[in-house]
Design a binder for this molecule. Structure first.
Ligand code: CP3
Length: 343
């Protein structure tokens, strides 16, 4: 029988001497071969919905760095797009959506049309056929709070104030929006699994702006419901929850949301995270993307320090947030070599 993929064995709770490694946003603009293909697409969403191109950029970082996992090339904002909200990406400016400013606009949102995302499932099919046998395949979605915050503000903001104001002013309508995203995300992740991904990750990139009660209600609870819904349909598929800014809530999350592994962001002390969570729970992270830009001995030191903090427990080496565009390729090579040195 073929040996189990390293990422999948860690997600089952195995502590490995050499942790599997992949990087959030590993397909992207720091790669010249990505920029070449990106230049052939009309716009970013079109690119996400071009199976051949999306499959190719999913595979690019695997060919270059032999990471232990490929992550599907797509975006979290394809879910609002499939609800009929207008979504576009302006180069250099990030996402632009038709803003949601009133409860009536939540009511008027269209049904989630999963067929609209059939190119994504085709991409999965193409990647699956081309992936080396030791590389795991990760699908993903955005968590409801993070997705809702873009749907309401219509763009990125420093602190998601528009969504937080909306949630205080119109709690029922906000809850309805969150419920819609929960249901869509369960369907979407289940379909990704049926198409061939082996693991799914839920990105709650903006949970960290919420005060404790709001965090519980709008981040932790909706993520828990997605995990529950996915597990009801696909009990064998591991789920990674990346709740950026979870901070001291991490201990509670690990007890309550039912994911198989937890991503931790750069701000969290890995030794604290390891001490505060049961030693059997796999943790993923958490190198500072900025030290990967710098490279050299500063990078080596941070890699060693993270590895030391997670020694003896199931750990997936990753960044604490997405890779930055200005990251030199040779630093990524150095990172992978350093992680795989053993120890
Ligand atoms: O990880 C991967 O390599 C897979 C693909 C992936 C993308 N976006 C591609 C992308 C994933 C997993 C995402 C997740 C995503 N998208 C998140 C959550 C993770 C995080 O980083 O916090 C969020 C908040 C988004 C929304 C989004 N998409 C923003 C805010 C932006 C603009 C900012 C930016 O990085 O440019 C995007 C665009 C985007 N998504 C790009 C890529 C490669 C760059 C667009 C381009 O190439 O023109």
């Amino acid at each position: 029988m073929a040996e189990e993929k390293a990422l999948l064995s860690v997600l089952r709770g195995e502590a490995r001497n050499v942790p599997p490694v992949w990087l959030m946003r590993q397909a992207g603009r720091y790669l010249p071969e990505y920029r070449d293909i990106r230049a052939t697409a009309k716009n970013f969403l079109d690119f996400c919905y071009s199976p051949k191109k999306a499959a190719e950029v999913t595979l690019q970082p695997i060919r270059r760095f032999h990471f232990d996992a490929a992550i599907l090339f797509s975006d979290i904002l394809v879910v609002p797009d499939a609800m009929g909200q207008q979504v576009s990406f302006e180069s250099g400016a990030g996402p632009r959506l038709e803003r949601i400013e009133t409860p009536e606009q939540v009511e008027r949102l269209g049904a989630f049309r999963i067929e609209h995302l059939s190119p994504v499932f085709e991409t999965i099919d193409l990647v699956k056929a081309a992936l080396p046998s030791d590389v795991a395949f990760i699908g993903f979605c955005g968590a409801p709070f993070t997705v809702a915050s873009y749907m309401i503000a219509g763009q990125g903001t420093p602190d998601q104030a528009p969504a937080r104001l909306f949630a205080y002013r119109h709690a029922d309508a906000f809850a309805q929006l969150i419920d819609r995203i929960v249901a869509a995300s369960i369907d979407y992740l289940a379909r990704q699994i049926e198409a061939g991904v082996e693991v799914v990750q839920i990105f709650d990139s903006w949970a960290g702006v919420l005060p404790a009660n709001e965090f519980q209600r709008w981040s932790a609870e909706p993520v828990r419901r997605i995990v529950e819904g996915v597990k009801a349909r696909h009990p064998q598929t591991p789920v990674i929850a990346f709740v950026r800014g979870a901070d001291t809530h991490l201990t509670q999350l690990v007890k309550t949301i039912g994911a198989d592994a937890y991503g931790i962001d750069t701000a969290l002390d890995p030794a604290w995270a390891a001490a505060q969570t049961p030693a059997t729970v796999p943790l993923q992270g958490n190198l500072d993307p900025l030290v990967l830009v710098v490279g050299g001995e500063a990078l080596d030191r941070e890699v060693e320090s993270i590895r030391a903090a997670f020694k003896g427990r199931p750990h997936i080496f990753n960044l604490g947030h997405g890779i930055l565009q200005q990251t030199p390729i040779e630093n990524v090579e150095r990172l992978v070599a350093r992680v795989r040195r053993g120890g």
